[in-house]
Design a protein around this ligand. Structure first.
Ligand SMILES: [Zn+2]
Length: 515
């Protein structure tokens, strides 16, 4: 019996090998075009260098949407911007920060997003740091002393070297000691904040109300010279983030009684309430036009860098795959859509809006592929909790060159996402959407929401690899004689409740945000 099974398996494998050896001209063309006529570098240059970061509500975000529509137009793909809501309109201006006392030094820093403008001359004031307090009464007593001062509200980091650098060069003893000291310092900082009665979210507003001239933070991302840049929590006064060592130097000067002063010029424009969009492109299907494959990547970014890997690279993959598909597979069996979602960073708003506004499409999604975790080649693919995802995904993957699929670890049936990126919006609605999950390339520390998420971090060979993968999966999903199963697996038991986890349900987007 065992012999018989082995024989059958051998026959099956040799048949599959025969099928794969029969070259499919569409697949051959996809690979050739991606490798020999890549548009990725041009697209990357235009999006990251010319347009720049794409914070929701900024003119650059709108410019990016218009750019995508015009690119698709040049490739003969119909595309449009679909408005789904509005957001506070804002545009970043010049940030220039200098230490002006006890000596002159220009500092590396960034105004946080949606922070109102300073005057042209900016704010010049003395810096102070937070006191150690026993309780909220002591903090309340201290609070009036911030009047007219710039308050530094981040902990002084004991080292600007990332842990991997310590691990490489420090003695084990000194690495361990550094980590223990830092952990103790972090805990003391947290306790002090708790004693004061605030947290990092509520403190800036309290300082502003007490008359502070501005807030200085340093949100270190645990890599050399890299900080995360999010939004400001003050309404009128400037909030700026300084790089670790500039912040550290000022902090030490305050502590040693030098009374350092800095000048902050942080200009920006308020632009009122502006529309927000998704860009949707389409290659019309011929045999089953009412069934869809959706290529998916959020288009917006934070704006400390240029959003090159979050999510410039995901955007590039989907645009380039669409360009190649239109060229070599112009009459797909099913309709191929691409969604460049707006405002993912504030809660998957664009994709949630699309799911809510287009139930007829969502009900007929054959498959959707989303990419949104950096520049790396795809190394993980999960079935997203769909019970039969293995049947079709593994069949489609079989058509992809081995040098690409060899790198991919699959998980079936996997589990649906509860957030994280736009495929979660589709999975929640029961549509078979999958995340093409990338190799890390130091994403979390160095590029994700940082001031260093820039063009130079793009690994074009890996992105090209992902274009080939995405285009072939799309082609195979479109050509598949069967409609994909959406049957959901029974999710594992939640240890806390003792009951099976439930499938996530669709959530409504923020249609009017940041106001
Ligand atoms: Zn992202």
């Amino acid at each position: 019996m065992k012999k018989f099974i082995t024989l059958c398996l051998a026959l099956l494998l040799s048949n599959l090998a025969l099928i794969s050896q029969e070259k499919d001209p569409v697949i051959e063309n996809i690979i050739k075009e991606a490798n020999e006529n890549s548009e990725l570098q041009n697209l990357g240059h235009e999006l990251m260098d010319i347009i720049g970061p794409r914070l929701v509500g900024t003119p650059q975000m709108k410019k990016a949407h218009d750019w995508a529509v015009s690119k698709y137009g040049m490739w003969g793909i119909s595309a449009k911007n679909e408005q789904y809501g509005t957001w506070r309109g804002w545009e970043r201006g010049v940030t220039h920060i200098d230490m002006v006392y006890p000596r002159i030094q220009s500092l590396r820093g960034t105004q946080l997003a949606w922070n109102p403008s300073t005057s042209k001359n900016g704010v010049t004031a003395e810096l102070m740091v937070l006191p150690m307090v026993a309780d909220s009464a002591a903090f309340a007593k201290w609070l009036p002393s911030v009047k007219g001062k710039l308050v530094m509200i981040s902990m002084l980091q004991p080292t600007g070297r990332p842990d991997y650098n310590w691990e490489e060069f420090a003695t084990e003893k000194s690495f361990t000691k550094m980590k223990e000291d830092r952990a103790a310092q972090t805990e003391a900082w947290r306790e002090n904040m708790q004693n004061a009665g605030y947290n990092s979210r509520t403190l800036p507003a309290a300082l502003e109300a007490a008359g502070a001239s501005g807030i200085v933070t340093s949100n270190w991302s645990r890599g050399f010279g890299v900080n995360k840049i999010f939004s400001a929590r003050t309404k009128k006064i400037p909030t700026v983030d300084l790089e670790l060592e500039d912040y550290g130097m000022l902090y030490r000067l305050v502590e040693s009684g030098q009374k350092p002063k800095i000048n902050i010029v942080a200009e920006s424009k308020e632009l009122g309430e502006v529309p927000t969009f998704n860009t949707i492109g389409k290659i019309q299907g011929t045999e089953k036009p009412e069934e869809y494959i959706i290529l998916s990547a959020h288009f917006d970014s934070w704006d400390g860098g240029t959003g090159a890997t979050d999510n410039g690279t995901g955007t590039l993959i989907m645009m380039e795959a669409m360009r190649i598909l239109k060229k070599y597979y112009p009459n797909p069996k099913r309709t191929i859509l691409v969604g460049h979602w707006g405002s993912e960073e504030q809660g998957l708003n664009g994709s949630r809006a699309f799911v809510e506004d287009h139930p007829e499409i969502v009900a007929n999604v054959q498959a959707s592929f989303n990419q949104d975790n950096g520049t790396g080649r795809v190394v993980r693919l999960s079935g997203g909790g769909f019970l039969h995802a293995y049947d079709y995904l593994s069949r489609w993957l079989y058509a992809v060159p081995e040098e690409i699929t060899d790198e991919i670890e699959t998980t079936f049936p996997g589990a649906p996402a509860r957030g994280g990126s736009d495929y979660a919006s589709f999975q929640a609605a029961g549509a078979p959407a999958f995340s093409l999950s990338s190799l890390n390339w130091s994403y979390w520390n160095y590029t994700w929401h940082t001031n260093r998420d820039t063009y130079d971090k793009i690994v074009f060979d890996d992105v090209r690899n992902n274009v080939i993968l995405t285009a072939i999966l799309t082609y195979m999903a479109s050509e598949d004689p069967n409609t994909t199963s959406r049957e959901k697996s029974i999710l594992p038991i939640n240890k806390r409740t003792g009951e099976n986890r439930e499938w996530p349900t669709p959530r409504s987007p923020t249609r009017k945000g940041g106001m």
